[in-house]
Design a protein around this ligand. Structure first.
Ligand SMILES: [Zn+2]
Ligand SMILES: [Zn+2]
Length: 436
């Protein structure tokens, strides 16, 4: 009897080792000879073969096991599903396969009451995060719960995925979550210090990129936690000086991504990427000013290594923007076809925020001909136009050239943007608060 038990235990041990190592042949052999293996679990954590395959990114084994299981939502000791473990470890192919196989994205573990979305955000796996969000848009969860509610799902301590991403210094995840409707000013209940917003948690984590993302999406520097602290106080207390400088309410207001504008959310992805970069560049220029007097220095812009030597004026196709006469035209207004640079487009959109008095949203109009803007697209070079359709949009040399402004053109840009944002910033701040 005792011998039988230990023999069985060693069988299981071999089986789980084979799953962990991704040894498909051995796994197949053992499952064939003993199908019940698939329902056994490890002694302490109660991990099934599916959990182990998912956590270790063993996609072939995972597929094989999934073929033989009725459903993929097995639970371990902490009620974690294989999908949660795949999201925790950033195993994107396993995340996708599990979702395909019908894994429920709205399961809560028993540790902190977290979903797979919390796991992806906490551990900073932006690809997994995106895959789960994409699934949430099409599954029954979206119908029963609503997508917006899912993006802002709270764990047992009242933390949304955005809170966790901010605390864990995950700027990429923050960006994706905000882009999908995460509430930038939501307060936690018990997570961190009670009443913390994502900005409080980013201040605590000391991640400048996170603070920058949140501010660009309209996070409120003056919102207080339950103890009355603003994010600035938190950054100071934690000795995150650069973050504190940006969070200081007396520092200049950052440009805010004009998310309430309907047409912005309908931008094609190329144009959106350009505008997002323009906004980040404008805010970085502003940050350099804020940090100039302090000992904190910002690293140079991330794209400074890609061809700063490019001489824009030597290119006959490029045209200077007729608004700022500083940047190259990268955005085309449709249907009229007028062109301007991304920075000016952005300033135009930020400037045209909805009017709270009349409660109507004035659609931004083309600054040249005042016609309505139906769409914003990326300017195409004339000779490249024909084969553009088939080309990878993101690898064109034009883009990197257009965006690699030298430091000299930054001056012009920041003053151009500055004049817009100075006029608009007070109003912007008010409206951000008023937003429903
Ligand atoms: Zn311009
Ligand atoms: Zn026009």
């Amino acid at each position: 009897m005792g011998q039988g038990l230990s023999c069985r235990a060693s069988h299981e041990h071999d089986f789980f080792r084979a799953v962990q190592a991704g040894d498909l042949e051995s796994v197949e052999y053992m499952v064939e000879s003993e199908p019940s293996m698939l329902h056994r679990t490890t002694v302490y954590e109660r991990l099934s073969a599916l959990h182990i395959a998912a956590a270790n990114g063993r996609i072939e084994v995972l597929c094989k096991v999934l073929d033989r299981l009725a459903h993929p939502d097995l639970l371990n000791r902490h009620k974690q599903t294989p999908l949660m473990l795949a999201a925790m470890h950033g195993k994107i192919s396993c995340v996708q396969k599990l979702i395909e196989a019908g894994a429920n994205i709205l399961m809560f573990d028993s540790l902190h009451g977290r979903t797979c979305l919390h796991y992806a955000a906490y551990y900073g796996h932006s690809e997994c995060l995106q895959a789960i969000l994409t699934a949430a848009q099409s599954t029954t969860v979206a119908n029963s719960w609503g997508f917006a509610r899912f993006v802002n799902v709270r764990d047992g301590n009242g933390a949304t995925p955005l809170h966790l991403a901010a605390r864990q210094r995950r700027p990429d995840c923050i960006h994706i979550l905000l882009d999908n409707g995460a509430l930038v000013c939501a307060s936690t209940e018990g997570y961190g210090l009670p009443g913390s917003t994502p900005l409080h948690l980013a201040a605590r984590g000391g991640c400048l990129d996170c603070v920058r993302e949140l501010l660009a999406w309209g996070a409120d520097r003056l919102q207080r936690d339950s103890s009355g602290r603003i994010p600035y106080d938190v950054a100071l207390k934690r000795n995150h000086g650069a973050c504190a400088a940006l969070l200081n309410p007396s520092s200049a207001e950052p440009l805010v991504w004009p998310s309430p504008l309907k047409f912005i959310s309908e931008l094609n992805s190329d144009a959106k990427l350009l505008l997002e970069r323009a906004l980040m560049e404008a805010n970085m220029a502003r940050e350099r000013n804020i940090l100039k007097g302090t000992k904190y220095l910002l690293p140079s812009p991330s794209h400074s290594d890609e061809g700063t030597d490019d001489d824009i004026s030597s290119d006959s196709e490029t045209e200077l923007c007729c608004i700022c006469f500083d940047q190259v035209c990268t955005i085309e207004v449709q249907d009229c076809g007028h062109q301007m640079c991304a920075h000016c487009t952005l300033a135009l959109c930020c400037h045209n925020k909805p009017n709270p008095v009349t409660a109507c949203k004035p659609a931004p109009v083309c600054p040249f001909c005042r016609s309505n803007i139906a769409r914003l697209v990326v300017v195409k070079a004339k000779d490249e136009e024909k084969d553009m359709e088939n080309k990878s949009k993101f690898k064109r040399p034009r883009r990197s050239r257009n965006l690699s402004e030298g430091s000299s053109s930054f001056k012009g840009l920041s003053s151009a943007i500055g004049s817009f944002s100075k006029r608009g910033s007070d109003r912007l701040a008010d409206e951000t608060v008023d937003k429903p």
